[in-house]
Design a protein around this ligand. Structure first.
Ligand SMILES: [Ca+2]
Length: 104
């Protein structure tokens, strides 16, 4: 199945989110570091289903020019809660976030 990443907005950079679903597919994490819904070029990331491309979760920066999502990747379950966690960089702040896979 081909996935259209144009809906992920500008600066889209997909990577595997880690972990494998029961159907054998892996979800994707898509960083859109120039996306501006939370502030001018604040950036955002989306977790998308590897099976359908459907958005499972969106995390949006509210810090203008942060470029959140420049790098985004699944890093396994680092806090032991059974859910895959994520590492996301914000290029213009020299900051790296570790984000829990648990829903807020
Ligand atoms: Ca976890």
């Amino acid at each position: 199945m081909a996935t259209d990443w144009s809906s992920a907005s500008s600066g889209a950079r997909p990577a595997t989110a880690g972990g494998r679903r029961r159907d054998g597919r892996v979800d994707l994490i898509v960083g859109a570091y120039t996306q501006s819904s939370g502030g001018d070029q604040a950036g955002r990331v989306q977790i998308r289903s590897g099976a359908t491309g459907r958005v499972l979760r969106t995390i949006t920066s509210a810090t203008p020019m942060e470029n959140f999502g420049f790098d985004a990747v699944g890093i396994g379950d680092v806090n032991g809660d059974g859910r895959i966690d994520y590492l996301v960089s914000a290029a213009n702040r020299d900051t790296v976030y570790i984000i829990s896979g648990a829903r807020p």
